[in-house]
Design a protein around this ligand. Structure first.
Ligand code: AIR
Length: 354
């Protein structure tokens, strides 16, 4: 069986690495020859919205998946056989657009931050501010891109103009205790695999650290929410759901219809990584019925690769280098640490300037 992956970034790279344990071949589509995934696997080199290349991918693969959501849905729908695409294109459409996403979630009786659409300067005229808000582009923003904090009409208008008056939402800032997430897999037989939740620390909207949360009440809430979202959308594959914890109540921040950065710890801390689980779910390979977890933490490496030689001989520390060129705040690798002692945590933080 062959799986085609649209996108050749680190997420595709880690899927290819996981596929070596499975009876599967993979091919990626990416415009760059030396993309993180292209460096280790077969690739078709073309733009992600090139209909001919997508057709080639579709014809040569049994199953198609994607590792980023900002794709041209019209082209995908016209070229790909929907029976081969997982997660389905309906949930991709929802997850691509913050307005559709929030409405979908609220319609399932799941809480999100309060929001309103902003499509023109006129939409801003009657807005009264009683708390800080985020102006967020409906489409194409991630890792803190396409969002701005605003607290009055003037800053909102300036922000909207800075975003070239593209469709956006205005979202109320949530006073949360901490941010957390769950990674879940669902297969074609409606079987679920839930990883334990993690608490996530962000800096400027970019994830820098995850550690296991270990909170049964929140875990139960998160699993119920995941079942509602994934069941109602007939979701097949792995999904990441990000939450704000507000006094023990989970509020959904956003969903990712793919493997997720806050699940990278599963490579070294679980019996089945999120990448392997995703491949198993979409290709109908059996998924594990038991979960074995280690006490693991993940630290993102942003910008450029520091000299990590001092960590590389530690047997409980695993360095993952995506082989990307350096760029400010770019996710270029991560470190997983199993049962780290305090000295090791300090050493990692120092090297990563956290
Ligand atoms: N990605 C996809 N959505 C969010 C993220 N972080 C991953 C995918 C994608 C890569 O980040 O693997 O290909 C793009 O990273 P960059 O640094 O090239 O922008």
């Amino acid at each position: 069986m062959k799986v085609g992956i649209i996108g050749g970034g680190q997420l595709a790279r880690m899927m290819i690495q996981a596929s070596s344990r499975l009876p599967l071949d993979t091919v990626i589509l990416d415009p760059k020859k030396n993309s993180p995934a292209g460096l280790i696997g077969e690739s078709i080199i073309a733009e992600l919205n090139d209909p001919k290349a997508l057709e080639e991918l579709s014809n040569s693969c049994d199953i198609i998946t994607y590792e980023l959501e900002h794709l041209d849905l019209e082209i995908l729908s016209s070229v790909l056989d929907p029976k081969k695409v997982f997660p389905n294109l309906k949930i991709l459409k929802i997850a691509q657009d913050r307005l559709l996403e929030k409405k979908y979630i609220n319609d399932l009786d799941i809480d999100t931050a309060n929001f309103r659409p902003i499509s023109s300067i006129e939409d801003i005229e009657n807005i009264q501010f009683d708390s800080d808000c985020f102006l967020k582009l409906r489409k194409s923003g991630f890792d803190g891109r396409g969002q701005l904090k605003v607290n009055d009409q003037k800053s909102l208008i300036t922000g909207f103009q800075k975003f070239e008056c593209l469709p956006a939402i205005l979202e109320q800032c949530i006073e949360f205790d901490f941010e957390c997430s769950i990674i879940v897999g669902r297969n074609k037989s409606d079987e679920y695999f839930f990883y334990p939740m993690t608490e996530n620390l962000h800096h400027n909207g970019i994830l820098i650290h995850t550690k296991l949360l270990n909170n049964p009440a929140l875990q139960k809430q998160a699993e119920d929410i995941a079942r509602k979202i994934m069941g109602s959308s007939n979701y097949i594959g792995v999904m990441g759901i990000e939450f704000f914890n507000v006094s023990g109540n989970l509020i959904v921040n956003e969903i990712a219809p793919r493997v997720h950065n806050s699940g990278h710890w599963t490579i070294d801390g679980a019996n089945c990584s999120q990448f392997e689980l995703h491949l198993r779910c979409i290709t109908n390979l059996e998924i594990p019925h038991e979960i074995q977890i280690q006490d693991v933490q993940m630290f993102n490496i942003l910008g450029s690769m520091p000299n990590l030689a001092s960590l590389s001989t530690e047997t409980n520390i695993f360095i993952h280098d995506y082989k990307k060129s350096p760029r400010e705040n770019r996710k270029i690798g991560h470190i997983n640490g199993v049962s780290l002692n305090n000295a090791q945590i300090q050493a990692i933080k120092q090297l990563l300037l956290l």
